[in-house]
Design a protein around this ligand. Structure first.
Ligand code: ADP
Ligand code: ADP
Length: 225
């Protein structure tokens, strides 16, 4: 389990302010959606939590630990992006286990995690295929599998479903949410799709021009006049 806290996190690009000192608490095991129009600062926020971008001010805490100065690989997080970035010439199994090999996880342990993730994601029968022989939803699952075998407690997702058709997107929303709950993952999920945010989130964080306009549950947002 891992909570996330952003404390007065600001980001400047030259004289453009992408984030105005935002403070945000994401409790452990919850699904937080960052919602807002293009350019409001969603990706910047996510990338700062990941350590892929450096904040100009403030700090990031994961499980109470200040990770502001830690590189991405040492933050105990996994990331899933919009373009799944699968390796086309590697099999599904190799794609999922790739990071484990890089991290020198022992072979039998890697195999165990791979089996577990494949079962959970319904990929067990597809492990020998190449990404090009999979549907969009299956490719998305492979990208998720890669995050799962890393056994990170925090998963950051930037518009992970936006390349899927409407029906599959709907299905994957439900699947993702169930998976997150089953594993007790803390998820930060970026989207500009309001319906998606409302259907998935425990907490919706509405960003506008680099400021948090509102942070509330979908229920609270629906109840507004
Ligand atoms: P969103 O994800 O909500 O679309 P971003 O976080 O990508 O928004 O961008 C927030 C602001 O920061 C925008 O004004 C954007 O133009 C600016 N920005 C993002 N990345 C860079 C960059 N590498 N260099 C300069 N400005 C950037
Ligand atoms: P890993 O060590 O997690 O297997 P790789 O070295 O395979 O990572 O890098 C794959 C891509 O993911 C690179 O573009 C890198 O910038 C990015 N990356 C590396 N570690 C992380 C991380 N913990 N979270 C998010 N992105 C990461």
């Amino acid at each position: 389990m891992a909570s996330i806290r952003l404390e007065g996190v600001g980001k400047q690009w030259g004289d453009t302010t992408a984030l105005h000192d935002i403070t945000l608490d994401i409790p452990s095991g919850t699904f937080c959606v960052l919602l807002g129009p293009s350019g409001c600062g969603k990706s910047t926020t996510l990338r700062i939590v990941a350590g892929l971008e450096t904040a100009t001010s403030g700090r990031v805490l994961i499980d109470g630990q200040d990770v502001t100065a830690l590189p991405p690989a040492r933050r105990g997080i996994a990331m899933v992006f919009q373009n799944y970035a699968l390796f086309p010439h590697l099999s599904v199994a190799q794609n999922i286990a790739f990071g484990l090999q890089v991290r020198k996880v022992p072979k039998d342990e890697a195999a165990r995690r791979l089996d577990e993730a494949a079962q959970l994601l319904g990929l067990s029968a597809l492990l020998d295929r190449k990404p090009s022989q999979l549907s969009g939803g299956q490719q998305q699952r492979v990208a998720l599998g890669r995050a799962l075998v890393a056994q990170a407690k925090v998963c950051l997702m930037d518009e992970p479903l936006s390349n899927l058709d409407a029906r599959l997107r709907q299905e994957m929303r439900t699947e993702l949410r169930q998976l997150q709950q089953r594993l007790g993952l803390t998820v930060v999920y970026v989207t500009h799709d309001q319906a998606e945010a409302m259907s998935m989130a425990d907490q919706v964080v509405l960003l506008n021009k680099g400021r948090i306009e509102q942070a509330a549950t979908p229920r609270e947002l629906y109840a507004q006049p």
